[in-house]
Design a protein around this ligand. Structure first.
Ligand code: ASP
Length: 350
């Protein structure tokens, strides 16, 4: 009988040692005044063969620019909410990503953008859905959080309020890009013959579409407050009026100082059905899962087994950075006050 506690301890140690999830983990305990930011620019069929060196360089540079902008806010003592806005704004202004300027088209040939932000300190949140005259939808999400008693505003109502609060408005023509229009035409005009989980092969032609260039950021500031935000054009050829996971708090975006902040990217419907970001937070909170194990459980066992694909970035209450994805790649990067930083696109390597 006396041997039982010892046996349990040994068992616990064995299980802990075997808890090797497939995701990356960047381990550093949070020291006072430390801070960190992690960003993503979408996940999906992202493989070296699909990108020229020049394209890879362009993505790397833009991710670096976004990371540095967010990092600078934190370094200067700014709050995590401002840091993620700074980072996301830069990616929204770039045609490389499916958010803001680079948003994809819906089946009617229009663009409808979604964005959300959440403050892990207060659990305040704001989101907009289906907007197409707001240059930076993430700013409108912040406005909804700060200046209304609501959490989610859609379409015209969101745009009227954004205009009233002085947020930069643009003609929808601002969002036009030839590349996204071509992607829509290809998807609409040709019959899909193969789906291999990483890319659509349409009449033997690889369609540069099965990757989800949504952008997102999570940061923890010097005070230990966590914020998360996500911005997207949604999915190419989506139905008019379709709203994805991004503005659904708890699905594509979530932050709670007691656990972590999360921003997701991928096939939004699956992230909604699994309430993905909140599920990860709950596994950490109620089941004592490590962030790695929680991400793995939700991405592979829940979303993956339903047929969904994508990834998530996470910062936990200790300031540790995590990410994982069940697709072939994810544009991603992090930067921490202890000097660690990384930018990556393809498969998971530490
Ligand atoms: N999750 C986004 C959506 O479904 C798409 C993406 O991540 O690219 O709207």
């Amino acid at each position: 009988m006396k041997k039982l506690p010892l046996l349990l301890l040994v068992l616990f140690l064995i299980i802990s040692c075997n808890d090797k999830t497939s995701n990356e983990k960047i381990k550093t305990k949070r020291t006072p005044n430390s801070f960190a930011i992690v960003i993503h620019g979408g996940a999906g069929g992202i493989k070296p063969a699909y990108f020229t060196e020049t394209q890879q360089e362009a993505y790397t540079q833009k991710l670096e620019e976004a990371l540095n902008a967010g990092y600078k806010v934190l370094e200067n003592g700014g709050i995590s909410l401002d840091a993620i806005l700074a980072a996301i704004n830069i990616m929204e202004d770039s045609p490389l990503f499916n958010a803001g300027k680079g948003a994809v088209y819906n089946s009617d040939g229009n663009q409808e953008m979604d964005a959300a932000i959440m403050d892990g300190n207060t659990l305040n949140a704001g989101a907009v859905a289906g907007v197409n005259h707001i240059k930076n939808p993430i700013l409108a999400a912040r406005m909804v959080m700060d200046s209304s008693k609501h959490v989610l505003l859609s379409g015209k109502g969101a745009e009227i309020m954004a205009k009233k609060y002085g947020i930069e408005m643009v003609d929808s023509a601002y969002f036009f890009t030839e590349k996204r229009m071509q992607q829509l035409k290809k998807l609409q005009g040709k019959e899909i013959t193969t789906l291999d989980h990483t890319a659509f092969l349409i009449k033997n032609e690889l369609i540069d579409d099965h990757k989800y260039g949504t952008v997102g950021a999570v940061a923890i500031d010097k005070n230990g407050n966590i914020a998360a935000g996500t911005s997207t054009g949604g999915m190419t050829n989506k139905k008019y009026g379709r709203i994805g996971d991004v503005p659904i708090i708890g699905a594509g975006t979530y932050a709670n100082n007691l656990t972590c902040g999360i921003s997701a990217t991928g096939t939004g419907e699956y992230f909604i059905r699994t309430v993905a970001a909140h599920e990860v937070s709950n596994l950490i909170k109620y089941k004592n899962y490590t962030p790695s194990k929680a991400l793995n459980e939700v991405l592979f066992n829940q979303i993956g087994s339903l047929g969904g694909e994508g990834g998530m970035i996470l910062i936990d209450k200790h300031g540790d950075v995590y990410w994982d994805f069940n697709s072939s790649g994810m544009f991603r990067g992090y930067k921490k006050s202890n000097g660690e930083s990384k930018i990556a696109m393809f498969e998971k390597t530490n």
